[in-house]
Structures are given as structure tokens and as C-alpha cells.
Design a protein around this ligand. Structure first.
Ligand SMILES: [Zn+2]
Length: 168
């Protein structure tokens, strides 16, 4: 039969003939009386279950308190700004301004997150991703505009050359 040591809680298998007698625990060497045919295994499992649920409850309360006690408003603001800058990333100059503003607030949010042990991380990660996307869009747009500008300038200069040549 299985017996739980009352000193160290180790689960020990004991021969049935030792029921009601005093024995030593193999693990902690503490003397204890082997109970007379107890339903130890069942009890033990029930206890473990109880412990588990208690632990789960404890974890839940800890998380709850953490969320309630400390807030990271900068993280939420950076997420909102990241969405706005992504929506407005097709407007030149405005997009870069919004992206830079979002970046500044995001950095503040990250600093707060580090000091407050991960507060607002759920906002910081998506806003960082959105910010990256809007940065990429903004730079791609500016690059495209720049290329188009260069090309039209070249075409203009070439036309100018042709006209000059013709007039010679
Ligand atoms: Zn023991």
C-alpha cells in the first residue's frame, strides 16, 4: 500500500503487514506510524487537485492585481498612433511626422514597460509591428515620389537638350 510521510510528504510504498506499526521514512529518516489501511492514494490525489486549483486561483489574482495596479497609457497611445499613422501613411511628410511621433511614444512606453515589469506589452508589440509597416510604406512612398521626380527632371533636361541641339 502507499503511504504519505507526514514529515516530508514523500509517497512511500509500504508492505501491508506494517500497517499500524512505527517505521522510518526512506527519504527523511523521520519516524512515523503507518496508518491502518488508509485510502491514502485517493486522499493524496484529492489534495493535489485542491493544491493545483488553489495555485491557479493565486496566479489569477496575481495577474488581476498586476493589471489593475499598474497601467501603461503610453503603450495604448502608441498603438492608437501606430494605427493612425498606418491609415495616413499615404500622405507624404504627414506620414513621417506621425511615424516619428509614434516612435517617440513607443520608446517611452517600452521604458515604462521595462520599469513596470512588462506592463502594456500587449499594446507595445502590435504597435511596434504596425509602426514598422507604416514606416516602410512611408519610405516606399517617398522613394517612389523621388524616383518619379528624378525621372521627370531627366526627361525635362533631355527635352531641353534636344531643343538646344535643334536650335543650333
Ligand atoms: Zn519523510
Amino acid at each position: 500500500m502507499n503511504v504519505v510521510c507526514p514529515n516530508c510528504n514523500a509517497s512511500l510504498s509500504v508492505r501491508d503487514e506494517y500497517a499500524g506499526k512505527t517505521g522510518k521514512c526512506k527519504k527523511c529518516n523521520e519516524q512515523f506510524t503507518v496508518p491502518v489501511a488508509p485510502p491514502v492514494v485517493v486522499l493524496d490525489k484529492a489534495k493535489k487537485k485542491k493544491k493545483k486549483t488553489q495555485q491557479q486561483n493565486n496566479n489569477q489574482t496575481v495577474v488581476y492585481v498586476g493589471n489593475q495596479g499598474t497601467t501603461n497609457s503610453f503603450a495604448l497611445s502608441s498603438l492608437i498612433l501606430a494605427i493612425v499613422s498606418l491609415v495616413l501613411c499615404w500622405i507624404p511628410i504627414v506620414n513621417i511626422g506621425l511615424c516619428l511621433l509614434t516612435l517617440v511614444i513607443l520608446i517611452v512606453a517600452v521604458v515604462i514597460c521595462v520599469f513596470k515589469k512588462g506592463t502594456g506589452l500587449g499594446y507595445i508589440i502590435p504597435s511596434a509591428i504596425l509602426l514598422l509597416i507604416s514606416f516602410a510604406f512611408s519610405f516606399a512612398l517617398i522613394h517612389t515620389i523621388g524616383e518619379v521626380g528624378k525621372r521627370s527632371l531627366k526627361e525635362f533636361q533631355e527635352k531641353d537638350k534636344i531643343i538646344n541641339n535643334m536650335s543650333k
